[in-house]
Design a binder for this molecule. Sequence first.
Ligand code: AHR
Length: 335
Amino acid sequence: MKNKKIIAFLSAAILVTTMFAGCGTKATTDGAKATPTATDTSKKKVIGFAQVGAESGWRTAETASIKTIPTLDPTFELKFSDGQQKQENQIKAIRSFIAQKVDIIALDPVVENGWDTVLKEAKDAKIPVIIVDRGVKVSDQSLYAGFLGSDMEAEGKKVAKILVDKFGKAAKLNIAEIQGTVGSSAMVGRQKGFKEGIADCPNYKIVKSQTGDFTRAKGKEVMEAFMKSDGNNINVLFSHNDDMAIGAIQAIEEAGKKPGKDIYVVAVDGIKEYFQFMVDGKANATVECNPLLGPQLLDTAKLILAGKPIDRWVKSKEGVFTAAQATAELPNRKY
Ligand code: AHR
């Protein structure tokens, strides 16, 4: 009888132990739940996002899209850092994400070079890194899992094609170029693609070229200087983004010229506000660059965390818009 009682007690003890084994929380003596353990599958997955800054309408739209991630999937949490257009701030943010043991790091790099050391630190900490929007140049491709974003060179080529379609290859064009942030893949790629695109147009000359750092204020400042030195000579403005073009349009008007007529204005991004300038006849064309990357980032993070393969480069799909399409397209713009 005594033996039967001992066997019954041991069986019950084994059952209770088995019930708690593999469970993500430890049972305390009073039955309450304690802190979740590392095996707790109900714990939220954390993405640390190192953003460039808030320099343009495009950037504001990208930030808003990234910040939808926890709403799209409440099992995800987002930690967001604004780098204020400084690589050192972005490096600090990545180090902080590593210290906080986030599950995924997403980096939108202000410039292409100089990431090897910090990406190696993330790799050593076994935290996968997804590069978003702008590309990086690294010595070892295994330092990041994949890249989501636009083909910046293709965008530059599309700008060139807009000019060729409009003016023909034999036209004589004096082009002013306002570049984006020096050393960013957006600036490097758009400039390279554009130069390649006009290579067989012997009379297309880039007469002025300077950076406006992708901001409206600097775009205006740069164009003011261009107008002073070459105002009567320039007949095309190629701005690496819409915001700098909007600043430049103001400078052109202040210099007594008509943007969109005296100077053909073409830019990149496709923000709503620039569409209004096209509708008003002050800008002529834009090449779309899609900032709505939040859903793609979430999908990519999920694949990585599930141990599934991802594409090395998930390219954004983008169009080209001229002033002729602007009125019809304006109500459809999502950013
Ligand atoms: O990297 C994308 C570029 O950065 C956008 O064209 C520009 O508006 C932004 O600041």
